[in-house]
Design a protein around this ligand. Structure first.
Ligand SMILES: C[S@@+](CC[C@H](N)C(=O)[O-])C[C@H]1O[C@@H](n2cnc3c(N)ncnc32)[C@H](O)[C@@H]1O
Length: 283
């Protein structure tokens, strides 16, 4: 991505200015999404045109004008080049995802994590995703491990509609069920069924640990717990994540794996802890 930006914007803005764009640039399907600092706003059209000229597959350039925020984890976007749209189709791991970048959360930066989880799932498992977005994790799992069952829960009606469509597009409707609503309420329909629960909502996962435990089978199961951690030193990241988890979880657990998914700001990290959780004593 850095190389692509450097090459596309050579002679358009200075190399020093290009460095200001590094962290905020993604390509999703045929759309480029870019965060542009105030100092470069007057050059946004030139930046968009140069990107489309250099990367032929890019048909639209969107400028992200607000951070990802709110319950539905969406952001405001402005078309600064190409076709007036926010919908696209993204391909990963043999799956296709219809996406509307303005209406529902999607990040290509979670692609490696989606594959990592799919590779942990064993045939016969039921996997519940409490915060499923447009269905990505559940669909990758269903494609990679066909003998599984998935529940894909999301509170955002637009994300839910896209999940239904993505389930159809990927022909996994016999294995994945999309469910619309707040995870805390929807879990009542699927409680005690999951071998594995995904919690890809790092900002709030700690508040939903009781919901995740409720979703799991007895006597034990796996939770993939995502969180954001601030750490002065990178080597302290997992200690910080475990401290926070200890305060929130009400069941016995052991951490079987831990990983920094990505850096989300200076000294801020998105972390995943894989937990083997004992559900015997939980209600
Ligand atoms: C970070 S996104 C999920 C990303 C997704 N797993 C992916 O790979 O693209 C978090 C999602 O959680 C949903 N969400 C937030 N609060 C929720 C809740 N209480 N119940 C169900 N879904 C919720 C949002 O609508 C959003 O789609």
């Amino acid at each position: 991505m850095v190389r692509m930006l450097k090459d596309a914007l050579k002679g358009v803005i200075s190399q020093e200015e290009v460095t200001q764009l590094y962290g905020g640039f993604d390509i999703v399907g045929d759309i480029a999404v870019i965060k542009i600092p105030d100092s470069l706003l007057s050059k946004k059209k030139m930046i968009a045109d140069a990107l489309m000229k250099h990367v032929k597959s890019v048909k639209t350039v969107l400028m992200q004008t607000t951070p990802v925020s709110g319950k539905y984890r969406t952001r405001s976007l402005e078309v600064i080049g190409g076709e007036q749209r926010t919908e696209t189709v993204s391909k990963e791991h043999g799956c296709v995802f219809k996406i509307d970048l303005a209406q529902a959360y999607f990040s290509p930066r979670l692609s490696t994590e989606r594959l990592r989880i799919a590779e942990l799932v064993k045939p016969g498992e039921t996997v519940t995703n409490l915060f499923a977005g447009v269905g990505t994790f559940s669909i990758v799992i269903a494609k990679k491990v066909p003998e599984t069952k998935g529940y894909s829960i999301d509170a955002n009606p637009a994300a839910h509609e896209l999940a239904l469509e993505n389930i159809r597009l990927n022909k996994v409707g016999d294995r994945v069920t999309a469910m619309l609503g707040d995870a805390r309420e929807v879990v009542e329909q699927v409680k005690g069924e999951a071998d594995r629960v995904l919690m890809p909502l790092p900002e709030e996962a700690a508040d939903f640990l009781d919901v995740a435990v409720k979703a799991l089978k007895r006597p034990s199961g796996v939770i993939h717990y995502y969180t954001h951690v601030y750490a002065e030193k990178r080597e302290n990241v997992f200690d910080e994540a475990r401290k926070e988890l200890d305060k929130s979880i009400k069941a016995d657990y052991e951490v079987t794996a831990q990983r920094i998914v990505r850096e989300v700001g200076p000294r801020w990290y998105q972390v995943v802890l894989d937990l083997k959780v004992s559900t015997d004593a939980s209600s």
